[in-house]
Design a protein around this ligand. Structure first.
Ligand SMILES: NC(=O)C1=CN([C@@H]2O[C@H](COP(=O)(O)OP(=O)(O)OC[C@H]3O[C@@H](n4cnc5c(N)ncnc54)[C@H](O)[C@@H]3O)[C@@H](O)[C@H]2O)C=CC1
Ligand SMILES: O=C(O)C(=O)COP(=O)(O)O
Length: 597
């Protein structure tokens, strides 16, 4: 195999722009710290900077605390429009860059479709995102952020309020007194001290409920297939199986999210496994209980009482047997409704939405992968390199030859666990797909978009020896089974191959096919294959000079002196067709291609 060498010419009159100024807004990314996850986990999102020209528009579709509205107004036009019908929401959304909701608005697939790509972020001013069609959001490249921490205590306090109110018949007795009665014998309650409480879902709210219940003298057990046992131990709670929790609890408090796995998790079959006379609290989601089965369990005496803040349908039907049941205490989804929690979630979600719109900060991404901050800082120039290599590679594919398989190789001296490549993969996909489609690709929808287009991305690592100072030595992008517009970009294995490195914080193209080159990935690039001979750089340079096209970098990679060489020229401006033709007409130039970055 022929070896190639390269020589580099950096034009001295051009200063290198800072990396940030070159980072396109649409690929800006952000870091934020998730305040409650145990190991502080920053989130990375890639979002479009909305409304590039003017202020973005944020539609606030449900009541949000004033502090959040003020925060939004500093950055965006804020349209507060409550109680919109689904049709009104779909109409309005096409004019909005962001949408903020609570639990009362269904953000359906139609909403994303109606937005026609403008909606870039949905902010959920609370925890549960079961009212947002996450799959549709992801498919439309729309980031979903929530406010996962600010209402935890409020929900836990409401759970405890319902538990104790239920045990002492507070709501029923209150209604009775107000109706002019004095029924002291009817409303004899039960004590909670010494009773067993099963907390189902030992997350943020569940563990705060557990803590408080222990303060009431209850024996607390919990069921959560994903909860770390050390957190349970620290609070003095035993983690038990689902069946054990059902069989031993005097009180059951539900704190899991509504997912396909938890939907109607309390049903005829599971009620039958409970201790007779059990009392149930639900401040999670109505859908985790089969409500008709609960009525049956109440009537059969299996469930003595229930206290419910949430319902399958909200508001529930007026004639709901469950709501009207004498032994059921209800509240209208008030778990998060304290002054403090509402101010908190408003600020939490407003910060996340503004950050996402700016492409700088997103507090809590629900549908984007997380990358630790320190990794992100290090990967920043490689992120740009990845996108640009993708852009270059796809432009080398000859029209009509299709693109099905892309192999990405990361060469690194870091151990496999030390290098998170998801962000890089997303950016390569962005680079590969955006130049050939109208799809907007970001970290949220990259893998989905690639899959949808039948594009198979395989990743490989080359483990290098040496100092793992920098995260990566080089990234290589290869496209298999295609023809190239620039035959010299085909490697010895028949694939289009481009390779790049980061030098002094700047991404460089360092290999095309089997040729070593060295050109900064800024502006655009002209690749020429020529017979290596003196004067070529000058000839092409002066054609571009006559056109006032700024050359920022030039390099020549050759197989051997006076044999074939590939010249890579970085240009700031797009040369005219005539200039490109003149380059093509230079006798020693065998092929050339102009590639936009
Ligand atoms: N009523 C209200 O106003 C409010 C309701 N909520 C709801 O409370 C619930 C919990 O919220 P957070 O604690 O903030 O969420 P979280 O995500 O911190 O905790 C949820 C826990 O449920 C666990 N879980 C998942 N599947 C499970 C299963 N099959 N069985 C048992 N556990 C399971 C998870 O591992 C996690 O630990 C959510 O449904 C949320 O929407 C939250 C705030 C206010
Ligand atoms: O945060 C949650 O999951 C809640 O259920 C709170 O809902 P809300 O914002 O009060 O409509």
């Amino acid at each position: 195999m022929a070896t190639s060498s390269s020589q580099t010419l950096r034009t001295p009159f051009l200063k290198t722009p800072s990396l940030n100024s070159k980072l396109p807004l649409y690929s800006a990314f952000s870091v934020a710290i998730h305040p409650t996850r145990r190991s502080v986990k920053p989130l990375v999102v890639v979002v479009s900077a909305a409304a590039l020209g003017g202020k973005p528009t944020v539609l606030v579709a449900e009541k949000l605390g004033d502090a959040g509205i003020e925060l939004l107004k500093e950055f965006a036009n804020v349209d507060c429009a409550y109680n919109l019908s689904p049709e009104e929401l779909c109409t309005k959304i096409s004019l909005c860059d962001a949408l903020i909701v609570r639990s009362g608005t269904k953000v359906s697939r139609e909403v994303f479709e109606s937005s026609a790509g403008r909606l870039k972020v949905v902010g959920r001013a609370g925890v549960g995102i079961d009212n947002v069609d996450l799959a549709a959001a992801t498919e439309h490249g729309c980031l979903v952020v929530n406010a996962p921490t600010a209402n935890t205590v409020a929900a836990a306090e409401h759970g405890i309020a319902l538990l104790t109110a239920m045990a002492r018949n507070v709501a029923q007795a209150d209604a009775s007194v107000k109706a002019g009665k004095w029924q002291r014998n009817k409303y004899v309650g039960v004590s909670v001290v010494g009773k067993t409480l099963a907390v189902m879902g030992f997350g943020k709210v569940g563990s705060e409920v557990a803590r408080r219940a222990k303060g009431l003298g209850m024996h607390v057990i919990a069921h959560d297939p994903y909860a770390p046992s050390d957190r349970a131990r620290a609070i003095g709670v035993d983690l038990v199986s689902f069946d054990e929790a059902l069989a031993t609890a005097d009180f059951i408090s539900l704190h899991m999210p509504l997912t396909p796995a938890t939907s109607k998790i309390l049903n005829d079959e599971t009620f039958a496994k409970m201790k007779k006379g059990v009392r149930i609290v639900n401040v999670a989601r109505g859908g985790v209980i089969d409500e008709e089965a609960l009525v049956r369990a109440l009537d059969a005496g299996i469930v003595a009482q229930a206290a419910l803040d949430v319902f399958t349908q909200e508001p529930p039907p007026k004639d709901s047997k469950l709501v009207q049941h004498e032994r059921v205490t209800v509240t209208p989804h008030l778990g998060a409704s304290t002054m403090e929690a509402q101010e908190g979630v408003a600020i939490e979600v407003a910060e996340a939405v503004v950050g996402a719109l700016k492409g700088e900060l997103a507090a809590t991404a629900v549908n984007a992968p997380m990358v630790p901050a320190e990794v992100l800082t290090e990967l920043k120039p490689y992120v740009e390199l990845a996108e640009k290599l993708g852009r270059l590679a796809v432009q080398l594919v000859a029209g009509g030859s299709g693109m099905k398989t892309v192999k990405v190789t990361y060469a690194s001296a870091r151990g496999p666990d030390d290098l998170d490549t998801r962000l890089l993969r997303a950016m390569i996909i962005k680079g590969l797909i955006e130049p050939i489609s109208s799809v907007f690709v970001n970290l949220v929808n990259a893998d989905f978009t690639a899959k949808q287009r039948g594009l198979k991305i395989t990743e490989e690592r080359i483990n290098l020896d040496g100092s793992p100072e920098s995260p990566l030595d080089f990234i290589q992008v290869q496209i298999a089974n295609v023809e190239s517009r620039f035959a010299s970009s085909i490697s010895e294995y028949g694939e289009i191959k481009v390779e790049g490195r980061v030098k002094d914080g700047i991404p460089h193209l360092t290999k095309v096919g089997s040729f070593d080159v060295d050109v900064t990935l800024e502006g655009s690039i002209i690749l020429c294959r020529q017979v290596d001979q003196p004067g070529m750089i000058g000839t092409v340079g002066s054609i571009l000079g006559e056109e006032n096209v700024n050359v920022n970098f030039m390099s020549v990679g050759r197989i051997a002196p006076r044999k074939q060489a590939v010249m890579a020229i970085g240009v700031d401006d797009q040369p005219s067709k005539e200039a490109l033709k003149k380059i093509g007409d230079v006798p020693a130039i065998e092929e050339f291609v102009f590639l936009k970055l």
